[in-house]
Design a protein around this ligand. Sequence first.
Ligand code: NAD
Length: 327
Amino acid sequence: MAKKRILVTGGAGFIGSNFCNTHCNTYDVTALDNLFLGDPEHLLPEVTFVEGDAADRKTLDGLGLFDCVVHFAGTSSAPMFLEHVVDAYRNSILSYLEVLEFANRTGAKKVLYASTSSLYGNTPPPLAEDQPPVPTNHYSVTKIAMEHISACYQRTHPQLDTIGFRFMSVYGPHEEHKGIFANLISQFAWGMMRGEQPIVYGDGKQTRDFTNVQDVVQGITRAMETKTRLGNQIFNIGTGKSTTILDVIAAINRSLGTNVPPRHIENPVRESYIYSQLADIGKIRTMLGYEPSVPLEAGIRDLVAHTKNPAQVSARDRRAQANAIPT
Ligand SMILES: NC(=O)c1ccc[n+]([C@@H]2O[C@H](COP(=O)([O-])OP(=O)(O)OC[C@H]3O[C@@H](n4cnc5c(N)ncnc54)[C@H](O)[C@@H]3O)[C@@H](O)[C@H]2O)c1
């Protein structure tokens, strides 16, 4: 029997490449990426890589038919919206609409897409899917819009399931291309491997629900593979545990065998800084059987083992900074 076909947009990115590599032996996986940020070197040879834009209808139509589309493409963090806000909105919203239309006209059964926990703003944790979104920056506005677009789309095209995922703070291998936009754990680990002190805003007691990328892959996979029709759904993906920044630094030190102390500075982020993050993962547990499987300490050890050359990451940081805004 022919393998099921999956299209992964943003497939050369951090989460996308981990998703593609996990599934490339079981499914026929195509990664589409315009390489604004991603790096096809992340991908295993079994993944079919296509360089192209998810907002481009002709490109999509040239890819063939898929059982399922997993959509990670888009402008992937809040600071990327600062300089070219119109382009960033265009990139995120139009690519999602084109992907929905493509999935619909080619008979795909599901579109699974990346939303974000940033849309909870400073809502007191635990963060649950039925709490109202708080649009604190353009990035979260695009994700809130994508969730509304999905709900409308599913009402008019009920044969196509649309499933969104509000990821907490995702860390893991393959994030080098994101440079200054990478997760705190990566940035701290790369710096500490170069002997640099991690810079901590304030006392370091702020918390995040740090979630290993393999658990993000697990959550999306459960929604992709379930035989139950999901319709239009939103799921948090996190661990249900929160960790302080100081505890993360201690764990990185343990995994490196170092004792690099943090350098505390006054928090330069005046508005909308998130002090605590903790997911309520009850919905995805109950509906999909998701269970976080990578403890933070093990995830950090794995990340450190994957970062072979932190000096090279430093050069990539500068490249990412120079190319921070999509054109
Ligand atoms: N990493 C996190 O902690 C996190 C948290 C919440 C949500 N998300 C969301 O998850 C998704 C993936 O994030 P990531 O961390 O892997 O970021 P990433 O920047 O590594 O991945 C996004 C990929 O999409 C590509 N891309 C951008 N616009 C495109 C377009 N129009 N057509 C084709 N490719 C395009 C980029 O080149 C990049 O490879 C994003 O939508 C992001 O907003 C990430």
